[in-house]
Design a protein around this ligand. Structure first.
Ligand code: GLP
Length: 241
């Protein structure tokens, strides 16, 4: 695992954007694994800046989101479909027809999860998977105890994750109980992993992921199994390494 520690969040965004841009330059039709949450926001902003400046063209890439809430009404602004559409597809000039999010409103969620796995496989797999990390070590919505071999499936959100994400909703009760998330096995199938973390609230999770034992209690420790995983963190998030 490559661990890059940088002074601040802007440096994290720049270096992570360099990695994504490098992949797309080599392969304009690259498949990007898209993360939501606040961690990758700076990376998307930096990529959007480069696209606007004509330095980068992302119009040929394909994208797969990591996860989606289950049960939010269509068009809810905090559904990950809406977040990806607003913050990623639109701003980065991606083709909406090539950007996929698990269907958290499907009548048959199990079938939706299987379809998602098949769509990723049909696209030839993910070239670079961008990841944030939850304070409890989750990646995607793979909460502690998630199996390292897991595939896209229905999961129950941990109380800590619901509390952490309550800031995006009008009230904590509005945060869904369930989600569809790519599994750890799905994530490990990407050709390259790129995890970004900023701030002291992530320091413990980053240390557990990078230096702790391989354990399903810290799902992000699964990155230790990947031959090409890069962790880009600022000094605050690196404080416990
Ligand atoms: C969210 C997302 C994850 C994200 C993590 C950290 O709930 N499902 O993909 O990496 O939790 O969130 P944040 O980056 O906002 O701290």
């Amino acid at each position: 695992m490559e661990v890059i520690v940088l002074p601040g969040p802007d440096d994290v965004a720049r270096v992570a954007a360099d990695v994504v841009a490098g992949v797309v330059r080599r392969r304009p039709g690259a498949v990007l694994g898209l993360a939501t949450g606040s961690s990758p926001v700076g990376v998307y902003a930096e990529l959007a800046r480069r696209v606007a400046a004509g330095e980068l063209d992302l119009s040929g890439v394909r994208g797969f989101a990591l996860d989606e809430y289950v049960g939010l009404p269509a068009g809810h602004p905090e559904s990950y479909a809406a977040v990806i559409g607003r913050d990623v597809t639109g701003r980065l000039g991606l083709d909406p027809a090539r950007v996929h999010v698990p269907d958290g409103r499907a009548a048959d969620l199990e079938a939706a999860a299987e379809d998602y796995e098949q769509a990723i496989a049909a696209a030839g797999g993910v070239d670079v998977q961008l990841l944030g990390i939850g304070a409890n070590g989750h990646i995607g919505f793979n909460e502690p105890t998630s199996s390292f071999g897991s595939r896209t499936r229905l999961k129950t959100l941990a109380p800590r994750t619901r509390a952490d994400n309550a800031r995006f909703f009008d009230s904590p009760d509005e945060v869904p109980m369930h989600c569809l998330t790519q599994g750890l096995g799905t994530i490990l199938g990407a050709r390259r992993l790129l995890l970004v973390a900023q701030g002291s609230a992530k320091a413990e999770a980053v240390a557990a992921a990078v230096e702790g034992p391989l354990t399903s209690m810290c799902p992000a420790s699964a990155l230790q199994l990947h031959p090409r995983a890069t962790v880009v963190v600022d000094e605050a998030a690196a404080a416990r390494l």
